[in-house]
Design a protein around this ligand. Sequence first.
Ligand SMILES: NC(=O)c1ccc[n+]([C@@H]2O[C@H](COP(=O)([O-])OP(=O)(O)OC[C@H]3O[C@@H](n4cnc5c(N)ncnc54)[C@H](OP(=O)(O)O)[C@@H]3O)[C@@H](O)[C@H]2O)c1
Length: 254
Amino acid sequence: MDLGLTGKRVLILGGSRGIGWYTARLMRQEGCAVGICARNAEDVSRAAEELRAMGRGVVFAQAADLAQADSTREVVSAAVQALGGLDILIHNASGFGVENTEEDWHRSFEVDIMAGVRAVDEALPALQASGSGSIVFVGSMASKFHFGRPPSAYGAAKAAVRTYANELAQTYGASGVRANVVSPGAVWFPGGSWDQRKQANPKFYAAVEKGIPLGRLGTGEEIARIIAFTASPAGIWLNATHLIADGGQVAAVD
Ligand SMILES: NC(=O)c1ccc[n+]([C@@H]2O[C@H](COP(=O)([O-])OP(=O)(O)OC[C@H]3O[C@@H](n4cnc5c(N)ncnc54)[C@H](OP(=O)(O)O)[C@@H]3O)[C@@H](O)[C@H]2O)c1
């Protein structure tokens, strides 16, 4: 199946590591011009070098803090300019507010929700001009599943993004812009949060694996493929949709 991604211009917010990085690599393999940002400037440059080495086409990379309004708006606008427009916006970064503190609630609100709102504001004219504009938010199964840990901002912020994506889809579908959310379950990749948990608490990790019908955690590559399909022209009939990509971990019907 041809995803129709060749030549598309993609911006991934939070693309230097983890799921965002696997998605950036896959988009390059599919022939896209790719923009990424993250806070750590060294990681951003290293990632950009690797993406450039993968082939022709523009690679835009800039350090930015998505918790800051100006930084978010500036990096999105610079990316749209450098890429010569925008077809796909992927908001992947999270504030990971898993502590029930004011600081974590504010960081989650800024990074998970407001960075998405600001990025869409900045990118919308370019996405509308694209003819195949597509917005994907990386959510989490925590937006519908209680892990048994104390209340926190993480799942609540991801749930708010699902409502926002539906509103975008309903409002801008007529101008050719789709919006969807892909919510991973637990995903393992080297150096990621589940890799750290595996090393710190192997018994807990093994119990999580056992609870997933497929008997293991997902991988960065597997989630990237689902994000890429959802974002791509091949996924055009996905709009206002929430996809759970968890190997059956949530154990619920919808
Ligand atoms: N991994 C999982 O098991 C899992 C499960 C469910 C959902 N998810 C969701 O998937 C997404 C990616 O998770 P991940 O595990 O791949 O995370 P990760 O490995 O921590 O990578 C996060 C990326 O976002 C960047 N980032 C974080 N905060 C940022 C900020 N304030 N401004 C700019 N960039 C920022 C990071 O770079 P810097 O740190 O340099 O900024 C990095 O490039 C998140 O939305 C997460 O909620 C992950």
